[in-house]
Ligand binder design. Sequence first.
Ligand code: NAP
Length: 308
Amino acid sequence: MSVENVIIIGSGPAGYTAAIYAARANLNPLVIEGYQSGGLLMLTSEVENFPGFPKGIQGPELMSHFRAQAERFGTRFIQKNVTDVDFSKSLKRVMIENEVHEAKTVIVSTGAATKWIGLESEQRFLGKGVSSCATCDGAFFRDAKLVVVGGGDSAMEEANFLTRFASHVTVIHRRDTLKASKIMQDRAKSNPKISFIWDTEVLEVLGDDAVKGCRVRNLKTGQVSEVPCEGFFVAIGHEPNTAFLKGKIDLDTKGYVVLNDRPTTKTSIPGVFAAGDVQDTVYRQAITAAASGCQAAIDVERYLESLH
Ligand code: NAP
């Protein structure tokens, strides 16, 4: 089995940028992209804040550019999920079911996945009116009444996007102030199709074959009521994709990879680096993920040089 210089796990902005830099440094990187390549931007519509695209660009199109640029310099790709890793020896082992790949270094850039409220009814109605992706599912809800849960940029973005199809969108938030950026808040608040229910948690998604509404409780008054809707969109943030790293590398209490020597991308294991949302609890932007992917590739280069 040949030993790779670097295996990059994950294929969002961080992973592909790491691949572009590593490939241009002649490291012949191998990217294990996962079954759903491209990361969270594949679920986004218009990206308006990625520098270099003054008119905006669709998320999937942006990711296809990232990938093509990595490929141009000789990156190799595997479209499967990593199932396990062994970082206990100096040669790192990355497993894809029974397939084993060995590498001198690894960049972990597996990003984050949708966070759910945690209701049994929420999972029961998945694909039957419950969704976490307005871009994917919004068009199924023409002239419908919709609910969006959350108070961050994701919730505002989803709510605004959904008004293209919906007759009305109700944002349900557990506080009386939003976490979203000012521009996203203003856009949502000035949209005549969007209204807000504040200080409120969702107790249950209601329906029989399909969603018909949700039962909610006002957290200040305790009053329980029902909000009719045909679609229920959850936009309450994300969780890092690190289940396969448990016990293999230092993670924080929320599961994010801990970086030991910021601003470098070094993890608790020499030769293993982390980039993008998997280690970022603060910024979580495509551009910051891409930047940390670049840093990780440079850290890899320096680490490999130090081995000689
Ligand atoms: P976020 O900023 O963490 O916001 C999550 C929201 O969901 C918060 O308002 C939070 O409430 C609420 N929430 C969390 N857990 C909940 C639960 N169990 N039940 C009910 N509500 C819950 O996440 P995000 O909106 O996904 O944004 C993540 C990052 O991506 C941010 O940095 C954001 O700026 C960025 N982003 C940017 C854009 C853009 O610029 N176009 C679009 C999307 C995301 P609390 O307020 O009470 O904490």
